[in-house]
Ligand binder design. Structure first.
Ligand code: PDD
Length: 288
């Protein structure tokens, strides 16, 4: 992977980017990240992504770097992504480089800020129409899943389980409840009502989740933010995952069994259409 990346105040070729082995991100996973989408070179909800990062830095008592909005735009420019149908910017902030101690560096050190951008290939219309599959996996994460920390080992293992099970997504289950995906949120349809786990310390408050909840309300689709058990999930008429790189992704098989009719359902279809219309409007790009 080439391209121009940003590291600690400088743009440089990826091959030149170096961090210290004593970076606290490397040693402790002591950091946060964001992934923000752009369509036709315009960001979708960049302000909300940065607000989530800012909240994370506050919760973890880390510095919140300045100039992140301009940094995002500059990365698209320098990587010639302004005309791409879809691209993503990855941003990571760690507590910086210091001799290894569990407590915070004292005196404090500058944060490490690393970011890159690349084109993102959306699934074809045919793949979307066919639908995707998911498997349920035990959620082994810590008690602050609401923070987008770079400690992703449980998600890595869950996603690998999904892959080995021939599925696209991992449905994380804790105490019998189907919480979210390894890198996306999840929605279920029961009757005419949409259900998704309420925002809590057990899930990441996804920006796409928030947008989809808003679209459901605007379209008169009843929504309940409530815990959903795995047993209920197996009875859902429709299931879809949402996320920056997931958009609105229909799940037509869960744990090897068909979801509803085993085809993409009508509410999923309506919300995907509404989501792409919102993207097209906000980003001024015709996204279908
Ligand atoms: N993942 N839940 C988890 C655990 C996530 O990691 C993500 C995002 C989401 C969806 O959030 P959003 O709609 O704001 O992207 C939900 C990013 C994209 C990733 O890890 O690559």
């Amino acid at each position: 992977m080439g391209g121009t990346v940003f590291l600690n105040g400088e743009f440089m070729p990826r091959s030149r980017a170096r961090i210290s082995p004593d970076d606290r991100g490397f040693l402790f996973g002591d950091g946060l990240y964001e992934v923000t989408p752009a369509y036709g070179g315009r960001f979708l909800a960049l302000d909300r992504h940065l607000a989530r990062l800012q909240r994370g830095t506050k919760e973890l008592r880390m510095a919140f770097p300045q100039g992140l909005e301009e940094l995002h735009r500059e990365l698209l420019r320098r990587n010639d992504l302004e005309d791409e149908e879809m691209s993503i910017v990855y941003l990571q902030v760690t507590r910086g480089t210091a001799p290894r101690t569990h407590h915070f560096p004292d005196p404090s050190v500058p944060a490490t800020v690393y970011a890159w951008a690349r084109a993102f290939e959306r699934p074809t219309r045919e793949a979307w129409e066919k639908g995707f599959s998911a498997v349920s996996v035990v959620d082994r994460r810590w008690a602050r899943a609401d923070l987008k920390t770079i400690q992703l080992l449980p998600q890595v293992l869950a996603q690998q389980d999904a892959r080995e099970g021939g599925a696209t997504d991992a449905l994380l289950v804790r105490d019998g409840l189907a919480l979210e995906g390894a890198h996306n949120n999840v929605f279920f349809v029961f009757g005419d009502t949409l259900a998704t786990h309420p925002a809590s310390n057990q899930i990441l408050p996804g920006i796409t989740r928030e947008i989809v909840l808003g679209l459901a309300r605007e379209n008169g689709i009843p929504v309940k933010e409530r815990p959903v058990s795995l047993a209920e999930a197996h009875q859902a008429a429709e299931i879809f995952f949402t996320g920056t790189t997931t958009e609105v992704r229909p799940t037509v098989r869960l744990d090897g069994r068909p979801v509803g009719e085993g085809t993409v359902g009508p509410l999923t279809r309506r919300l995907q259409t509404a989501f792409l219309a919102r993207v097209s409007r906000e980003c001024g790009a015709a996204v279908t």
